[in-house]
Design a protein around this ligand. Structure first.
Ligand code: FYN
Ligand code: ADP
Length: 578
């Protein structure tokens, strides 16, 4: 058990066997008891001592410059480890800063717990104007899976157990835990305190799919002429990598990875249909979704993206996801590991591979797109464009397939998704379900901290701005993160003009020829200004070899880039034109 506060000053014998334990240490012990070894947060009233004591008790405390990034780090850690990432913040403003990350984690189905200190209930509820007064629990509730408040030291064990279970069980997501300031100083008898803690047993119980649901799905798949498997980030989260690969390979069905499912099977796999995306979505007759929702990223399963009629099989842990957009002919409800192994077992021997006309037609489209892509990637324009800069990163990831790629932006995201091949599961972290900007440095810190692997953050210059100050955090913890800022002088591109002819630059334009590399140098990291693919290649190779925090300012043609990348159609003016 960790050290406890005892008053009055104890004799040396009493220090060895403390008689009381306070709220701070109950929180720490409850987290440790449940295998939580890292906290991402930002100290301040009333949780500063909690961060110090947690560190003293052997928990790694990663301190950020803004709570949103600590929250994003917790969410990414949750996705990568299947343990809830912990974000610790101060009350009201700190809590609010953490909320975007909490809501994003919930949207992405990443398990995390936002723990915030809060003002005293008595004052908050009478609205008497406490320091940082806010009814945080009420505000958090609609933005997460579950929200709890602990008022008494003896309930800390239950509060943390409930938070862990809520974050991990069923569809994973964000949980809020409200800890009022007074709780931390409460004390209780040490032995009773220890007994009050709960070690959560089996926090994400397996959910075995029904046999008839598995059979229904297999029958549908068997009858398909043009089957397709669609892998989503739920499949990556599930850590059922070997079985998923076996299912794809034993069925012989072409598959399409959603962005964070890239690498579940190597992108170079013969059955990957990524380079024939539009074609397979339109043509497939039976589509099996594994841990992917039919949301906007998949055009809601209908419309011209999806072409002719098709039937869906959906494997998901959340039964209410089924039929959310279109009818699902064969739902298979359970955890992906159990579902996929049940499908494998049910297939038996002698499974017929899909018709050769289907796979050959896909290969033909793929080859065309891949050859076109090869030509684009070989070009070395000056200044660099997105493709030439990304071809360098593509080669670096090929050489270090264990490196983690973090990716955000508009064009920088869209080009990187199709150009940078991934080879291993859970190596790509990006803007996810919301298409959110600002995840870059938080996700990078988490990836480096929980895996110890090199991280390459591929950042649009606008996207980088949301979390740029965290380069100090990266330097402070000396993390092996190489940030590559795709600098084309603005949001989307740098060439917009002020429609009024006035002196202000256009809303999408930044300071021209900015040197983002200097930001990293300011904190003792390595800054590189890369104006050519060769300079970028050298900078990246050195960063990966040395493991030193590095920021490469990749100078990109300011005319390159389209408005909103590949999702221009979502702009209201584009919708008006339709
Ligand atoms: C893909 N493609 C390739 C390859 N991979 N060609 C050659 N080689 C390789 N390796 C082809 C693929 O077949 C598509 O062509 C095209 O490249 C694009 O593929 P992508 O990127 O997979 O698909 P697409 O259509 O862009 O996907 C739709 C989407 C995606 C909605 C899933 O755009 C997405 O994830 N968007 C997120 C956007 C976002 O969140 N932005 C942040 C906010 S930006 P065709 O088959 O010919 O179509 C704010 O402004
Ligand atoms: P993508 O954006 O990659 O398409 P989504 O986030 O839309 O992926 O979908 C992930 C889906 O995976 C969610 O519907 C979620 O319920 C599901 N999911 C997450 N973890 C598991 C799991 N362990 N077993 C089954 N389904 C899961």
């Amino acid at each position: 058990m960790s050290a406890v506060l005892a008053t009055p000053p104890a004799t040396s014998q009493e220090q060895e066997e403390p008689t009381t334990i306070d709220g701070f240490h109950l929180v720490i012990d409850a987290l440790k008891l449940n295998g939580i070894d890292t906290i991402f947060g930002l100290p301040g009233i009333p949780i500063t001592d909690l961060t110090r004591m947690a560190q003293a008790e052997g928990i790694r405390v990663i301190s950020f410059r803004h709570e949103q990034h600590a929250g994003n780090a917790a969410a990414a850690a949750g996705f990568l480890t299947q343990k809830p990432g912990i974000c610790l913040t101060v009350s009201a403003p700190g809590f609010l800063n953490g909320l975007t990350a909490l809501a994003n984690a919930t949207t992405n189905c990443f398990p995390m717990i936002l723990i915030s200190g809060s003002s005293e209930r008595e004052i908050v509820d009478l609205q008497q104007g406490d320091y940082e007064e806010m009814d945080q629990l009420a505000i958090a509730k609609p933005l997460c899976k579950a929200a709890f408040r602990v008022l008494h030291a003896q309930d800390i064990g239950v509060g943390i157990a409930r938070a862990i279970r809520a974050a991990l069980s069923g569809r994973p997501g964000g949980v809020y835990l409200d800890l009022p300031a007074k709780l931390f100083a409460q004390t209780m008898e040490a032995a009773a305190g220890k007994k009050s803690l709960i070690r959560v047993v089996d926090p994400a119980p397996r959910q075995i799919p029904a046999t008839d649901a598995v059979r229904r799905a297999l029958d549908l798949l068997k009858g398909a002429k043009k089957p397709l498997i669609l892998l989503g980030k739920g499949a990556a989260y599930a850590q059922a990598d070997a079985d998923i690969r076996a299912l794809v390979e034993q069925t012989g069905i072409p598959y399409l990875p959603m962005s964070m499912a890239k690498g579940l099977l190597p992108d170079t796999h013969a059955q990957s249909a990524a380079a024939a995306r539009s074609y397979v979505l339109q043509e497939a007759d039976v589509v099996m979704l594994i841990g992917a929702r039919l949301n906007w990223l998949l055009s809601h399963g209908k419309g011209k993206t999806w072409g002719g009629p098709k039937q869906f099989i959906q494997i998901d842990i959340a039964p209410t996801e089924i039929d959310s957009n279109v009818a699902i002919a064969a739902p298979v409800i359970g955890d992906i590991g159990s579902c996929v192994s049940a499908l494998l077992a049910g297939m038996g021997s002698g499974w017929a591979k899909p018709p050769a006309e289907w796979t050959a037609a896909i290969d033909e489209r793929k080859d065309k797109n891949l050859s076109k892509m090869a030509v684009t990637l070989a070009a070395r324009p000056s200044p660099m464009n997105f493709q030439s800069a990304l071809s360098v990163i593509r080669d670096a990831v090929k050489a270090r397939p264990d490196a983690i790629v973090v990716n955000e932006g508009a064009n920088t995201l869209d080009f990187a998704r199709s150009i940078v091949d991934m080879y291993e599961p859970r190596k790509r972290l990006d803007v996810g379900t919301w298409g959110i900007m600002g995840i870059g440095m938080g996700f990078s810190v988490a990836a480096a901290v929980v895996t110890g692997k090199p991280v390459i953050a591929i950042e649009g210059d606008s996207a980088f701005g949301f979390s740029g100050m965290e380069v100090e955090t990266i330097c402070r913890y000396n993390l092996p993160v190489c940030v590559v800022v795709f600098n084309n002088n603005g949001v989307y591109r740098g060439t917009d003009v002020n429609g009024s002819g006035g002196a202000d630059v256009a809303p999408t334009v930044f300071v021209k020829n900015a040197r983002y590399d200097k930001l990293m140098e300011a904190f003792g990291g390595v800054g590189v200004n890369a104006t050519t693919a060769d300079e970028l290649q050298r900078g990246l190779a050195e960063a990966i070899a040395s493991g030193r925090p590095t920021l490469i300012n990749a100078v990109i043609d300011e005319t390159a880039g389209t408005e909103s990348g590949r999702i221009t159609s979502l702009n209201p003016s584009a919708a008006k034109k339709k």
